[in-house]
Design a protein around this ligand. Structure first.
Ligand code: BGC
Length: 251
């Protein structure tokens, strides 16, 4: 099935048409800068513009950087505070004119990697950590997602983990890969202590630079980069929408 997958982030809203049978992006990806301030109404208008760019009329899957409960945004760590308690699924559907289905962005990236990437057929506990402005997390047990884990918000050295070792922190504090890598390793070790994963998958921009810091990571579980790298969020959002599309629409 073809679905428009969208990855909503703090700096850009990226979309592409995804063939959910193959997990491949069809045609070009399109990115629109996130409006400022990124209020619900402004973001909904940007999503509408993205939908118009693709002249899209079908279902839309959206990865969103917050916890999402039945389409409603519950948290606002790196987004405008006015998002809390907004029924984003309804707002996006009404504004864009297409049925929209929302989930956490890291959960979306994880779904893509479990179905088509390095997590394919992996049993046991698999964790996906996305490294960007924030730290996103997704946990799978025997292929099943436990949604909204928000492990970027664990405390590390008196700070929230994503304020200690996200990619934004690496850039802002001008940390070398070695120093940042040591911080990130401490974070992964904490996750190992709590969840004993069999595999850790890294996504987001920094995962493409894994070779720069892999030698600083001291974990028991293997650490690998997401196969679809920065596209995992778009692909996973489309896979999620496909699960939710009513049966008659799929036929
Ligand atoms: C948010 C998460 C999100 C992560 C990555 C964090 O700040 O709380 O919901 O998954 O950033 O975007």
């Amino acid at each position: 099935m073809m679905i428009l997958g969208v990855d909503i982030g703090g700096s850009g809203i990226k979309g592409a048409i995804v063939d959910t049978d193959t997990g491949l992006i069809v045609g070009e990806r399109h990115r629109i800068p996130t409006p400022l301030p990124a209020t619900p109404e402004a973001m909904a208008e940007t999503l509408k513009a993205l939908v118009a760019h693709f002249a899209w009329q079908g279902p839309v899957g959206c990865g969103f950087p917050a916890t999402i409960h039945h389409g409603v945004v519950f948290t606002a760590a790196n987004i405008d505070a006015s998002w809390v308690n907004v029924d984003a699924e309804t707002l996006f559907s009404q504004t864009s004119g297409c049925p929209c289905y929302l989930l956490n962005d890291a959960d979306a990236a994880g779904l893509a990697e479990m179905r088509f990437g390095v997590g394919q057929d992996k049993e046991g506990v698999v964790m996906m950590i996305t490294i960007g402005t924030g730290l996103g997390s997704a946990i799978f047990v025997n292929g099943h997602l436990h949604p909204n884990t928000e492990l970027g918000h664990l405390k590390m050295k008196g700070r929230i983990a994503e304020h200690y070792c996200s990619d934004a922190v690496r850039q802002r504090e001008d940390l070398g890969w070695k120093k940042w890598g040591r911080r990130f390793s401490r974070y992964l070790q904490r996750l190992e202590f709590l969840f004993n994963p069999d595999l850790i998958i890294l996504g987001g921009g920094a995962s493409q630079k894994l070779a720069n810091f892999q030698d600083q990571l001291f974990t028991r579980a293997p650490v690998v980069a997401a196969q679809s790298l920065n596209q995992a969020g778009i692909i996973g959002a489309a896979l999620y929408a496909q699960e939710r599309v009513p049966a008659q629409a799929e036929a």
